[in-house]
Design a protein around this ligand. Sequence first.
Ligand code: SAH
Ligand code: SF4
Ligand code: F3S
Length: 460
Amino acid sequence: MGKTLFIKTWGCQMNVYDSARMADVLAPVGYRPVDRAEDADMVILNTCHIREKAAEKVFSELGRLRALKRRKAAGGGRLIIAVAGCVGQAEGAEIMARAPYVDMVFGPQTFHRLPEMVATADAAPGRCVLDTEFPAESKFDFLPEEQGTQGISAFLAVQEGCDRFCTYCVVPYTRGAEFSRPAGDILAEARRLLRGGALEITLLGQNVNAWKGEAPGGGVWGLGRLLREVAGLEGLARLRYTTSHPGDMDEELISAHTEIPALMPFVHLPVQSGSDRILAAMNRRHKADDYRRVVERLRAARPDIGLSSDFIVGFPGESDQDFAETMGLIAEIGYAQAYSFKYSPRPGTPAAELTDDLVPETVKGERLTALQELVNRQQVAFNRAAIGRVMPVLFDRPGRRPGQLLGRSPYMQAVHAEAGEDRLGTLAEVRVTGAHANSLSGCLAGAANRDAGATLEASA
Ligand code: SAH
Ligand code: SF4
Ligand code: F3S
């Protein structure tokens, strides 16, 4: 009999990709995805451990699922609860102790073994199956082919894990060591995604530009070469990659931005801080000037490039002067968009040992507000600059109202436009007429001409 599966996903795009792949792994053993936990025989929480708040959400969600599990049991049914992802990896034992009703805990590197885990959980209800190993085998060699659940804009993991060990970050511990998939496997997956209807592919990695993969004919390629090969595949309209470390932006990757029309002119390039002192304490292994130079090279390669970044405020020891240097760097670079966070000490990371010169919560809050105001002003200015321009928009969902669609500009801006449903899942030229803090609005460019054409045809 068919069973139902609900996956709730937090965290980065890699988790979104992993959730789709978990559904792929479970399809052959009879699980089909549903939209609500209430309708599911199994719920997987695919979790994020990056900041304390992210990790806490898991336990409150587990509380709700416990009640659901009880209701199901009272009706003679059963709900399997699984914790996957980076919290599963980092806090397996704690989850089992705090939430003994959880049936399975596993990490990002073992979900190819889900069928075995489910069989064990089925055979021994009431016991928790834990699999947080870092297996010698790569899960990618065991995952079944994608079931095409990703739609017109698809993620493709090319690299996973991180060897950079920034002192605040859990990723090297939760995802493990850097691993690059062979180019042949990536190209085969890209072809399948395109055959399945994808128009846009985003190559993913925790440190994606560190990708160095086995080339199909032998030898090793870097990300710049891989982008060229993926761009050459039939049916691809748009190509992106994320997230990059400034220290791994090589010449081949930068020149890809000049040479590949499908490569979108938008790069997420986190700098974290503008202070060399703090960058050193973070073990970022680049200085603010190194970052400036990478941005200069990118802009020389592609003058219309838009940039985004991540920032951490309130890292231990961050002085007013350090923070002022971050604000100065932001003012100088000019971002299209940025994410910013208060520093959150994470268990097991070197920075969590720094307890002497902590930045008070109130100061962290003030700095975050000031930084976000600056970035928001830049974002609004960037959005306003689009007014009057015609740009290609990939319509990937219905809009708020009937007769409206929502899509993405080359710069990842959300664009609302008056357009018929027949445009859903297509790329269309949009004339931007309005700019808001977080989105643009517009109308199909040439819509008037096209309508006139249709009338002519009809009357001919
Ligand atoms: N691989 C990416 C980012 C991974 S995590 C990179 O190298 O940039 C996404 C972002 O979360 C980071 O860029 C950082 O800004 C933020 N982050 C990571 N650990 C954090 C912590 N302990 N406290 C606050 N923010 C953190
Ligand atoms: Fe974390 Fe740094 Fe690796 Fe990014 S580069 S994943 S911030 S350790
Ligand atoms: Fe979070 Fe793990 Fe991604 S900690 S940001 S889900 S790599």
